[in-house]
Write a protein that binds this ligand. Structure first.
Ligand code: HEM
Length: 129
């Protein structure tokens, strides 16, 4: 019997401390990737990490509310392709693996993030895709 049934992804990851570790380790990987680093060159990483902490907490059924811009507005005009998106998702998957998050939960978290694909990839300056 699976005694973990009913635990939220937020609990599986270790609450807000787990989210903090995830976001720090994840952006270290993203910024070490030559294909992705240029997107973040002029971005305040402190602000981004603060926003991502809220965003991931909310996306994984945790208690924080996301107070940032709509995801589509934050990414419009940046020229993010499906390859960029795939690399970003792969770094997230590998970060979760390094944190010993089990495979089912890793796929569940990636599935949540994938629902934002259309708000991130090839979003034109007017916000359409
Ligand atoms: C599903 C995948 C993604 C999600 C859920 C996501 C989410 C977010 C969030 C919540 C913010 C903060 C918005 C704010 O400050 O109000 C943000 C900002 C940003 N994201 Fe993403 N993101 C994703 C994928 C990507 C990818 C693939 C790239 C580039 C390769 C990227 C580049 C950026 C940049 C450069 C910013 C800062 C924009 C600025 O401050 O003007 N994101 N993202």
């Amino acid at each position: 019997m699976d005694l973990q049934v009913g635990r939220s992804l937020y609990a599986e990851i270790g609450g807000v401390d787990g989210i903090d570790r995830l976001i720090q380790a994840f952006y270290q990987r993203v910024c070490a990737d030559a294909a992705l680093a240029p997107f973040f060159a002029r971005v305040s990483m402190n602000k981004l990490i603060h926003m991502q902490r809220e965003f991931f907490c909310a996306a994984l059924d945790g208690p924080l509310r996301y107070t940032g811009r709509p995801v589509i507005h934050a990414h419009q005009g940046l020229g993010i392709t499906r390859e960029h998106f795939a690399a970003f998702a792969r770094h997230l998957f590998e970060t979760l693996h390094a944190m010993n998050i089990n495979e089912d939960d890793r796929y569940a978290i990636i599935a949540r993030i994938n629902t934002y694909y259309d708000d991130v990839v090839n979003v034109g300056a007017g916000g359409d895709s």
